[in-house]
Design a protein around this ligand. Structure first.
Ligand code: PLP
Length: 483
């Protein structure tokens, strides 16, 4: 039997619960100091069913780059999704789950030769291209590939536009590339586009589908047998986003331009499946009171909160994915919200999560929640400056567990029932060996009667979260002394 890592275990929740309840339970234990995620696997299952219900003709091929969490991709495989992989390593990850190569599209229009050869070796035949050079490369390394031409079709507004990098012009470039492919003896079987990640326009899918129809005609004229339409990604993923409207646009355009059922229609949603399932919890470990920036009122102050995850960790999405993140105190407060900013734990001034926000006053040791954090966060995060990347606690409702537990590649072995809820922990750095690093003589010497616990005897996650409130009186004392 395969050995499962902590992160691959799924905790089954009985009775009523929410991800926030789970976070509260973990925090109330009093030993958790690192940031962590609670991943509600049921959200992924529900979203898959919603997709199938709203767009029965469109098969989702999950874009692995969005979040390559093994439990997430295994669950999508179990439900029957296909996968969009962009590299050899992503293809390796998905085929290692046992997913058949015909459920994978290698959807990177600019591939490395060795990755193309790997794709050929494992039988992933479907791949995209948007240039002449890519056609020549594919001709050399995988002449039997099933090619999909990627055209440019940009949403009017998108969180991350992709047309600036990929997609040939459907009018001035695509017809010539289709002819060249035919001359080279390569098989083009479909058209793909990506409207931009986090697209704010829905009509754009109708434009893309219409372009694809036109190219099906010119491809057929060039001698290709077209059978695949790939709508790419761009679907919103937040808890409050709605798939119904975009589904209607797509269904109508498919009925108009592709009424024949012989054409396979796929899409490559990333964000849609990943974002809402993950809730991040971070702890305030320090704060500073500073004069308000506007300076209008001398007495106005602004609080800088320092939390244990920042732009080098999960909040890289603020820089790279242009996400607007929202902080919520774990424990709701009736106190009036005050101007503040939220900063990551590193020593870099760039490490600002929220430059200007309003939160009720928070004491060090307080926790903040961040919802919808599953897309384009974890795979990019780094432990820069020594701060660990948050670990994931995956949970599922008992009712859904009963459905999933026997769906390959998920098995009964993945699930944990009952007992305390345990967040996977980043192992502490091993202490330096005594020979390599002799312990310094204690200086200043501890006062008699104060036995100093040796560092090695303290548990890896000692409750370092003693409330700081009692230090307040000491601070007042010090301030008086300074006057
Ligand atoms: C990133 C990407 C996706 C996923 O996009 P989302 O906006 O997250 O749905 C799909 N297809 C390709 C080719 C991509 O590069």
């Amino acid at each position: 039997m395969k050995v499962l890592q902590d992160e691959q275990r799924i905790t089954v929740m009985e009775g009523p619960w929410t991800p926030v309840d789970v976070i509260k339970q973990v925090v109330d234990e009093g030993t958790q100091e690192d940031p962590f995620y609670v991943m509600n696997l049921g959200e992924v299952v529900n979203r898959y069913h919603r997709w199938k219900e709203l767009m029965p003709r469109v098969e989702p091929f999950y874009a692995v780059k969005c979040n390559d969490d093994k439990v997430l991709v295994s669950t999508l495989a179990a439900l029957g999704a296909g996968f969009d992989c962009a590299s050899k390593a992503e293809i390796q990850l998905i085929t290692s789950l046992g997913v058949k190569p015909d459920r994978i599209i290698f959807a990177n229009p600019a591939k490395m030769a060795s990755h193309i050869r790997y794709s050929a070796a494992v039988g992933v035949d479907l791949m995209t291209f948007d240039s002449e050079i890519e056609l020549l490369k594919i001709k050399q390394h995988m002449p039997h590939a099933q090619l999909v031409i990627r055209i440019r079709c940009d949403a009017a507004v998108a969180q991350c536009p992709l047309g600036i990098k990929f997609g040939c012009d459907p009018v001035s470039e695509a017809p010539r590339l289709l002819k060249l492919a035919a001359v080279l003896g390569l098989e083009v079987v479909g058209v793909s586009f990506h409207v931009g990640s986090g697209a704010a326009e829905t009509e754009v899918y109708a434009r893309g589908i219409q372009w694809a129809r036109a190219l099906f005609t010119s491809a057929a004229r060039a001698g290709h047998r077209m059978r695949l339409l790939d709508l790419g990604g761009g679907f919103a993923g937040g808890s409050h986003s709605c798939l119904a409207h975009v589904a209607q646009v797509i269904n109508n355009a498919l009925e108009t331009h592709f009424p024949e059922r012989s054409v396979q229609v796929i899409a490559e949603p990333g964000r849609y499946f990943a974002a809402a399932a993950y809730t991040l919890a971070t702890m305030v470990h320090a704060k500073r009171e500073v004069a308000s920036k506007d300076g209008a009122d001398q007495d106005e102050t602004h609080t800088m909160y320092f939390v244990n995850d920042g732009v080098y960790g999960s909040f890289n999405c603020v820089l790279y994915d242009h996400q607007q993140v929202v902080a919520e105190p774990l424990v709701p407060s009736t106190a009036a919200p005050r101007p503040c900013s939220v900063w990551g734990p590193s020593c870099d001034g760039l490490d600002c999560v929220l430059p200007s926000s309003l939160l009720p006053p928070l004491a060090p040791g307080a926790w903040l929640l961040w919802r919808d954090m599953g897309a384009y966060t974890l795979p990019v995060a780094s432990p820069f400056n020594g701060f660990p990347v948050p670990r994931v606690l995956t949970v599922i409702d008992a009712a859904l567990w009963a459905v999933l537990k026997d769906l390959w590649p998920i098995s009964e072995a993945h699930f944990v029932h009952g007992g305390p809820i345990v967040v996977p922990q980043t192992p502490p750095l091993s202490p330096p060996s005594p020979a390599a690093c002799p312990s310094p003589s204690p200086s200043p010497s501890p006062s008699p009667g104060h036995s100093q616990p040796s560092p090695s005897s303290s548990p890896p996650h000692s409750p370092a979260l003693a409330p700081l409130d009692d230090s307040h009186s000491r601070l007042v004392f010090v301030e008086c002394a300074l006057k």
